[in-house]
Each structure stands twice: as structure tokens, then as C-alpha cells.
Write a protein that binds this ligand. Structure first.
Ligand SMILES: Cc1ncc(COP(=O)(O)O)c(C=O)c1O
Length: 353
């Protein structure tokens, strides 16, 4: 049985209402049971929150985050959005899409984070969509220099300002107001209502942890609402020992942005680092298995960089927990990545036979 603490809900709603939101999708994303995948694993019951279905241009978690970034951009009367991401970044594709929706231009800086010369990686998937959506593309040659990339973007912003544009930067490095996390506090409000509607409690929530915006926002939002379900962040970008302080820092930044005490304790930050290897944007045996099982048993399409790894985490947890436990997996999108990783996916399919 679930019950909503109305006081905490109202407080959370009013904390969020301090910040402008540009609406980019309508309604709640579905919450679905995954019976065939659960049966195959023989462990805890798996459910999925379909944040791959956030409507805008192939959807994904970044749509929720962009609602609050573009809310700010609109409030500041910006006309041009600047953003950095990996070559196959879903965030930059969705920033281009969101900019179109609110009538702003979008400049994308692609950082070269994955060591591959594969033409599909450099031209298909998200890159093709960035171009189709009309964004202007720039390149940053390094993939592990967040401050350097932000500095380059600031230089570009100054050039654009000199040409008469009003710019708004979505920064890559931590230490900035984490507007995107507010989208996942909003998601926590949505989930709370859905838990009540289906009258179901979850024992664990599993989510990919990259920049940490989704993980920190969701964790913060659930704790603000008085929901103490463990949230397991599966590393998709960097090692666990780097990700843990990053999530802690993000939570402090959220508290500062909202002007409230952080409800997140040290023990709330749970990081699962074993599914990242060999590194960002490169698949492994378990992520290949997750990609295959999700597609073949539930027709759930995952991508090799993010969701196959986070699902590998959910699968591993499901296998080791008893059947009376329930896990909620957050599907964060990334669908266009499938078309940039054709060769890896073909290998994953072959290995499954
Ligand atoms: C599909 C997908 N899932 C998960 C993530 C990780 O989310 P976050 O950066 O909020 O940690 C990303 C980040 O780019 C993503 O594109």
C-alpha cells in the first residue's frame, strides 16, 4: 500500500515552481511491467518507466532536463542555445529539438570522447538528427576536459553575442546551477502519483548515472517527497569513485538552487560501477546481453552507450533478489544511438546465437 504525504508533495511542488519550465512533452510517461524478462531472469520482478517516450524527437531523459534549461533561457530572453556533448550525445540532439520548439537557434559542440573512426558513429544516429534539426555543429578535439570544453563554448558565445545574438549556455562541467535536475524532481512527483495509482511499491529503482543529473534529481525528488526507496545509479560515464562525490556535489547544488536543506544523506548515494568497462561508449558482454534480452523478450530498444549498461545493472540486481521484490528500471532513451553502433549491435546479436 502506498500513501502520499500531501504536505511534502505541496512543498516540493512549490519549490519547483520557483523555476521557469518550458513545456516540451505532455502527460506522464508509462510505467510498465516486464513479465517475460522477469521470467527469463528468475529473480525480482522488473518494471520500466518509459522515459524513452518523452515525445520530442525520439525522446529520452534529457527532454525533462531541457524543460528547465529552456525555461531559464526563455526567462533570460535568449535566442541562441549553446551545448557540448559527445559525438553521439542524446542531450545535444534533444537540445537542438527543444530549441526548435521554442524558436531559438542551437549551436552544438561535439567533443571527441570515444576513440573510433567508424563513419557510422561520426555521421549517423544522433549526428544525422542534429543536422536534420538544423543545429550548427562545432568540434572540440578532447573528450575528458569538461572545463576546457566549457571555456571553448564561452568563447563561441562571445563571438555570437558580438554578432547580436542573446546566448544561453548549457554547461558540461559541474559547479553550475543544476537546472536539469529539476526535471527529475518533476519525474519523482509523477512517479509518486503512478505508484499510488497502481498501488505498488518498489524495492529498488535503477537508473543510468552519467552527468548525474537524472540520478541526483530523481534521488533528491524522491527523498523530498518522503520516499526512501533505494536508487541505484549505474555508472555509464566514469568510475564509481569519481561518480559518488559528483552525485553528492549535485545534491548540494540542488539544495542551493531550491533554497532548502538537502534530504539526501551519504548512505542514499548508491553507485554501481561494474557495468561501465571497458569505458564510456564501448559495450561489454553484459550490456550486449541486456540489449538482446530487452529487445527479444519485451521489444524494448536499448542503446549500447547508456541504457544497455544501466539495464545490465537492473538484470544483475533482479537475478540476485527473490521473486517477491520489485525493481523499477528507468529507461532513459538513447534510441538513435542504435544506428550509430550498427557493427557493435550486429556483434551482440551474433554472440547471442
Ligand atoms: C540515453 C541516456 N541515458 C542516460 C544518460 C545519463 O544521464 P545523466 O547525464 O543525466 O546522468 C544519458 C546522458 O547523456 C543519456 O543520453
Amino acid at each position: 500500500m502506498t500513501s502520499i504525504n500531501q504536505n511534502l508533495r505541496e512543498q516540493t511542488v512549490s519549490l519547483l515552481a520557483q523555476h521557469p519550465r518550458a513545456r516540451l512533452y505532455n502527460g506522464d510517461t508509462p510505467l510498465e511491467h516486464l513479465p517475460r524478462l522477469t521470467a527469463e531472469l528468475g529473480g525480482a520482478e522488473l518494471w520500466v518507466k518509459r522515459d524513452d517516450l518523452t515525445q520530442l524527437a525520439f525522446g529520452g531523459n534529457k527532454v525533462r532536463q531541457l524543460e528547465f534549461y529552456l525555461g531559464q533561457a526563455k526567462a533570460q530572453n535568449a535566442d541562441t542555445v549553446l551545448i557540448t556533448g559527445a559525438v553521439q550525445s542524446n542531450f545535444v540532439r534533444l537540445a537542438a529539438a527543444a530549441s526548435n520548439k521554442v524558436g531559438m537557434a542551437c549551436h552544438i559542440q561535439l567533443e571527441h570522447r570515444v576513440a573510433t573512426e567508424d563513419p557510422l558513429y561520426h555521421n549517423n544516429g544522433n549526428v544525422l538528427l542534429d543536422k536534420l534539426l538544423g543545429a550548427t555543429l562545432h568540434h572540440f578535439p578532447v573528450g575528458e576536459d569538461e572545463n576546457g570544453a566549457d571555456h571553448a563554448l564561452q568563447k563561441l558565445a562571445i563571438e555570437l553575442q558580438n554578432q547580436g545574438n542573446k546566448t544561453f549556455i548549457i554547461p558540461l562541467s559541474p559547479g553550475h546551477a543544476p537546472y536539469g535536475t529539476l526535471g527529475y524532481i518533476q519525474a519523482a512527483l509523477e512517479l509518486q502519483q503512478q505508484f499510488e495509482q497502481i498501488d505498488t511499491c518498489f524495492d529498488q529503482i535503477v537508473v543510468g548515472s552519467g552527468s548525474g543529473t537524472t540520478h541526483a534529481g530523481l534521488l533528491f525528488g524522491l527523498r523530498l517527497l518522503g520516499i526512501d526507496t533505494p536508487v541505484i545509479g549505474v555508472c555509464v560515464r566514469r568510475e564509481a569513485e569519481l561518480q559518488r562525490p559528483r552525485i553528492a556535489e549535485r545534491c548540494e547544488e540542488i539544495a542551493h538552487l531550491l533554497g532548502c536543506a538537502s534530504p539526501v544523506g551519504k548512505q542514499d548515494i548508491i553507485i554501481e560501477g561494474q557495468h561501465l568497462a571497458p569505458g564510456y561508449g564501448v559495450s561489454n558482454k553484459n550490456s550486449d546481453e541486456a540489449l538482446r534480452l530487452a529487445a527479444r523478450l519485451e521489444s524494448l530498444i536499448l542503446d549500447p552507450t547508456y541504457t544497455a549498461k544501466s539495464m545490465a545493472g537492473a538484470i544483475e540486481i533482479s537475478r540476485r533478489l527473490p521473486a517477491d521484490q520489485r525493481i523499477l528500471y528507468i529507461h532513459t532513451g538513447g534510441t538513435p544511438g542504435v544506428f550509430a553502433y550498427q557493427h557493435d549491435i550486429e556483434l551482440a546479436i551474433k554472440d547471442g546465437h
